[in-house]
Design a protein around this ligand. Structure first.
Ligand code: NAD
Ligand code: MG
Length: 390
């Protein structure tokens, strides 16, 4: 029986995880659920799954949740704050951690899970982009099992030879082909991008996701972060990672081998598939997702990405090539830019320029420890806020 902590239980990934978990009560029990502010949603999840602990973002939210649970007769213990997130991610009472908090806020508990040797199901790509080698070292040192949830990386993992997922470049792999839908603005007239609204940007054609990753998909920074994620997860160098636009989101990524073979993983665009794969790995379980109907899909299309339309993708490759702290600075500036865009304080077309200016203003440093990289993350956020206000 796996005992699971879900970090970010009220989010898009968290809800999909609980949907899969609920289908297999004989395999999975929920140890802890966490959420930042959605207290009513978390209370409803606690009523259904009876976790031992629930963690929220503030004392106020904790008080509110406690009273909702008391009224419902649920005995879940309620705590709040980052130290509690780290505790539920590392305690011996849980075996498995779904890391599905969005952004840098998820870094500390995700690292805590890695250090404690948990089976880590990684959705929170920002945590890996910030901590890179430090995170992979923590996984290796504790003997953790790390399974990617991001659909592309989960697909790549499935297409790599068993046992060689960490160093594929040494095992006859030519390239990792990372597919990208291109988001809602793939074919929109570039001149009109200046005026797109948050509502238009978060309306992804294929996937239903949280707001931040939806904006990242519209700028293609999401694919940029995924390039960096693929580097760390699979030991692939920047030249070995190729982004391929595939608007239908049926092929979730591919691996191209030295003998000319290309292996792909196909599926409907539903995150319950990679979640079920990672939860049950190496077994396979029912996820609630139907298999693809190829005759109905009829066509799969591919094309090269347009780096002028999507400068964020280029910025991410640049950060990966620069190494050191560059990716953490890219991520921090992007988080602030996306927040400002969603609050209508920054235009959509200004996002890449802002990130580039922040990257140019903060020199790249080697990443030695978490404190050092977090200091640069904070400096990049401050710089980005200052530039937005100016
Ligand atoms: P979401 O916005 O729907 O949910 C985010 C969750 O994190 C919520 O439970 C929220 O309460 C929690 N949270 C937010 N800020 C927090 C803070 N400061 N402290 C503690 N908790 C906080 O996001 P999502 O779409 O579920 O994405 C979660 C992560 O998974 C992201 O890193 C995203 O890039 C990644 N991911 C998502 C998808 C997808 O289909 N949604 C696919 C691949 C990867
Ligand atoms: Mg993805």
């Amino acid at each position: 029986m796996q005992s699971i902590t879900i970090l970010g239980a009220t989010g898009s990934i968290g809800v999909s995880t609980l949907d899969v978990v609920a289908r297999h009560p004989e395999r999975y029990r929920v140890f802890a659920l966490t959420a930042h502010a959605k207290v009513h949603e978390l209370a409803a999840q606690c009523e259904k799954f009876h976790p031992e602990v629930a963690v929220v973002g503030s004392a106020d939210a904790a008080q509110q949740l406690s009273s909702l649970l008391r009224d419902a007769g649920v005995s879940t213990e309620v705590t709040y704050g980052e130290a509690s997130l780290c505790e539920v991610a590392s305690t011996s009472a849980c075996t498995t951690v779904m890391a599905a908090i969005v952004g840098a806020a998820g870094l500390a508990p995700t690292i805590a899970a890695a250090r404690a040797g948990k089976k880590v199901l990684l959705a929170n790509k920002e945590a890996l982009v910030i901590s890179g080698q430090l995170f992979m070292d923590a996984i290796a040192a504790s003997g953790s099992t790390l399974l990617p949830i991001d659909s592309e990386h989960n697909a790549i993992f499935q297409c790599l030879p068993l046992g060689y997922q960490r160093q594929p470049v040494h095992h006859g792999i030519r390239k990792i082909l990372l597919t990208a839908s291109g988001g809602p603005f793939l074919d929109r007239d570039v001149a009109t991008l200046e005026h797109v609204t948050p509502e238009q940007a978060v309306a992804h054609p294929n996937w239903s996701m949280g707001r931040k990753i939806s904006v990242d998909s519209a700028t293609m920074m999401n694919k940029g972060l995924e390039v960096i994620e693929a580097h760390w997860l699979f030991g692939a160098m920047p030249d070995q990672i190729e982004v391929v636009i595939h608007p239908q989101s049926v092929i979730h990524s591919m691996v191209s081998y030295a003998d000319g073979s290309v292996l792909a993983q196909l599926g409907n665009p539903d995150m319950r598939t990679p979640i079920a794969h990672a939860l049950a790995y190496p077994e396979r379980i029912e996820s609630g997702v139907n298999s693809v109907d190829l005759a109905q899909i009829a066509q799969l299309n591919f094309r090269k990405p347009d780096y002028e339309r999507f400068p964020c993708l280029q910025l991410a490759f640049d950060a990966l090539r620069a190494g050191g702290s560059a990716a953490a600075v890219l991520n921090a500036a992007n988080e602030i830019a996306v927040e400002a865009f969603l609050d209508r304080r920054l235009g959509f077309r200004k996002i890449p320029g802002l990130i580039e200016s922040v990257m140019n203003s903060i020199p790249v440093e080697p990443v030695v420890d978490l404190e050092g990289v977090l200091a640069l993350d904070h400096a990049a956020r401050a710089k980005a806020r200052e530039m937005i206000q100016a």
